[in-house]
Design a binder for this molecule. Structure first.
Ligand code: DQA
Length: 145
């Protein structure tokens, strides 16, 4: 059994009502519950955390190793395109992760095409909506096996 950290960044607490044409109608709570169910089904434990504050996400990542987190599923929201600080935190702890985006960031505005995380991620899932988190958890379980 491994411990997996599911991290969501700014504005993802608004899922369900936030631009549903882009992000779907599932709430973050529903997504977290489904991802947790997949974690349990595959014999793992999921810890979920969302914050709108960059420093809280950084602090959560910094604690990951000490808390025995073996893998992370990370949707940094808009911090994907801006945060060298969160990237550095992920590099500092060295815990492998999958980057997830509900929308296909490559098919949107030019500023969303660059990610500070993709080149250091195990893999990237984008454009599959809420299913992307479940897919990421299944992929994480495969890597942890
Ligand atoms: C997002 C894509 C980002 O560009 C955006 O800022 C988000 C959500 C996604 O899941 O599609 O907040 O990470």
């Amino acid at each position: 059994m491994a411990r997996v950290l599911l991290l969501n960044g700014p504005n993802l607490n608004l899922l369900g009502t936030r631009e549903p044409a882009l992000y779907g109608t599932d709430t973050l709570e529903a997504i977290q519950k489904r991802t947790e169910a997949v974690a349990r089904e595959t014999g793992h434990e999921l810890i979920a955390f969302q914050s709108n504050a960059e420093h809280e996400l950084i602090e959560r990542v910094q604690r990951a190793r000490a808390e025995g987190i073996a893998f992370m599923i990370l949707n940094p929201g808009a911090l994907t395109h801006t945060s060298i600080a969160l990237r550095d935190a992920v590099l500092a702890v060295g815990v492998p992760f999958i980057e997830v985006h509900l929308s296909n960031t490559q098919a949107r505005e030019a500023f969303r095409r660059h990610s500070y995380f993709s080149d250091i991620a195990v893999g990237v899932i984008a454009g599959l909506g809420a299913y992307g988190y479940e897919a990421a958890m299944r992929a994480a379980a495969q890597r942890l096996a």
